[in-house]
Design a protein. Structure first.
Length: 256
């Protein structure tokens, strides 16, 4: 089904939505290109050659057709290209090289996979009016940042479990239920720490996991609705007005 924001902006895909005059996909790929340690960039989108025909700025990327969901797109790319692989989303126009570098440098060497997260106070200090889905643990409330590092081959188990979690990503309780009733009870009672949740995920995935806390509130901002677009454009062009524009499904970059 076509994305409503893409339809409103007159573009074929949400990833092509202009934010402050530049399609989101191009903003994301530019940030990846400018990050030391990132090699080839892989973009997964429906009918890539037709969808991106005539779009300048993607001449050096590898194009692949998107899967039925972001997690399936990542699974296909990981099977083809392997580790290490950095995964991000095309609807994250505020992505910067500093954010990517933070994940690459702060992931513990023993971790097979890592996910970037940002505390609520960090996000709200930068964007007081934003509305996000918070995962509330005993040691704080966090938002995901759509930025992941699949650092080792063992991360394939993480990708497989991700496909199960994907349908519940806006339902924290449903996500916790997949980890078992005791974990769910601790989460509901506010007694579950982020590290304990990661430990439970490790047992399910068979791989060492890490969370990388981001000091950037903008790392948690993606453009899913018109209010997000207003927020992103204000951040990129605070002196300018708001453009009505719009989005791809996943952007994937492989470090090295």
């Amino acid at each position: 089904m076509p994305d409503p924001m893409a339809v409103a902006a007159g573009v074929s895909h949400k990833a092509l939505l202009p934010v402050a005059g530049v399609p989101m996909l191009l903003r994301v790929t530019a940030a990846l290109r400018a990050t030391p340690g990132v090699g080839r960039i892989i973009v997964a989108i429906e009918h890539p050659e037709a969808t991106l025909a005539g779009l300048a700025g993607l001449e050096d990327v590898v194009l692949r057709p998107a899967g039925a969901s972001p997690a399936r797109s990542v699974a296909a790319a990981f099977a083809e290209f392997g580790a290490p692989m950095l995964v991000t989303a095309a609807d994250a126009p505020l992505l910067t090289p500093a954010m990517v570098t933070r994940v690459l440098s702060a992931t513990p060497p023993q971790a097979a996979a890592a996910a970037a997260v940002a505390r609520d106070r960090t996000v709200l200090a930068a964007f007081p009016t934003t509305r996000r889905t918070w995962l509330r643990f005993r040691d704080g409330a966090f938002s995901g940042c759509n930025l992941f590092l699949l650092a080792a081959p063992e991360a394939s188990g993480v990708v497989a479990f991700w496909q199960r979690l994907e349908q519940r990503r806006k339902q924290p309780w449903a996500m916790m239920r997949l980890l078992g009733p005791l974990l769910l009870l601790r989460f509901v009672l506010g007694r579950l720490t982020l590290r304990a949740a990661l430990d439970a995920l490790e047992r399910r995935c068979g791989a060492r996991l890490a969370a990388v806390e981001m000091p950037f509130g903008a790392a948690a901002v993606d453009v899913d609705k018109p209010a997000d677009l207003v927020l992103a454009e204000a951040a990129l062009n605070p002196a300018g007005g708001t453009l009505l524009a719009v989005p791809l499904r996943d952007g994937m970059a492989r470090p090295g």
